[in-house]
Design a protein around this ligand. Sequence first.
Ligand code: HPA
Ligand code: ZN
Length: 336
Amino acid sequence: MIDDAFLTALPKAELHLHIEGSLEPEMMVALARRNSVAIPFKSVEEVRAAYSFTDLQSFLDIYYAGAGVLRTEEDFHDLALAYFDRAAADGVVHAEIFFDPQTHTHRGIPFDVVASGLFAGIAAAEAKHGMTVGLIMSYLRHLDEDDAFATLAQAEPWLDRFVGVGLDSSEVGHPPSKFARVFAASRERGLKLCAHAGEEGPPAYVHEALDVLHVDRIDHGNRSLEDHALVARLARAGMTLTVCPSSNVALRNVASLDVHPIDRMLDLGLRATIHSDDPSYFGGYIGENFRAVAAARNLSREQVVTLARNSFLGSFIDDAALAGHLDRLDAFVKAH
Ligand code: HPA
Ligand code: ZN
């Protein structure tokens, strides 16, 4: 068994985190009160009791409802800073996080309010914790491509500050190819490309993310394991899969952590990493994901260090920053 303190302090990058999914029940109730927004829960306990999911959609319904309490720049700042405080305590030295602009613009919150608040939280976290942060704008795939284009237009004044775009929400029935044009336009603007694929959707969706969207990173990707040729291709390409063990179990894509395929992915030569997805909803931040899956799968020290190393290799930082992070990771491992 690896020491929990080692796993917590191990330097790592967070590459798969929806900031709206870090809204803790306490903050949800406090912001509902601060903004006079009605929520169907009387207490923090009632919010928590509602967190029992059967699949991705049953989670998304609660996740979008919860995001309704976020209204002002200050709310987005507070949400982001609360997340970065937890991430820093979990050894995160670099984070590339998602936000869902359409979740907010569709209920009348201007894009600029969301972006200003998040960037204020990011600036505070960079100063307070010395971490670096990139922001990724995710398109909601249950909406149409025109809506994604409208979002890209709203994002225009901010584009040089975003590192990339992503694709999330209800996967099955909304294949990556639905967003081929807006991903091409996003790449032309200099943005990196990520897409959730193979979380609930079939391996064909992972193929589409590669062949049609030309993504730089696959989020989740678990169902790639059903397709041997795809596994070989992902391994050959050194494609990063941002895996989220607690999320996989909470949304019933994996029966339990005891049978989680994270070590099989490494054995197959896949560049898998470990992240937290929506930690407030799925029972733990990145440190808890590392600790829980390492214990459940009896991972070796070498395997967890590989997972941490992969998180830096899969990030969108430049070569000098990458070399610095890898040197510090090696020094940490030597010293512990
Ligand atoms: N999958 C798809 N969309 C999401 C998720 C997820 O795990 N979390 C937030 N939006
Ligand atoms: Zn996700």
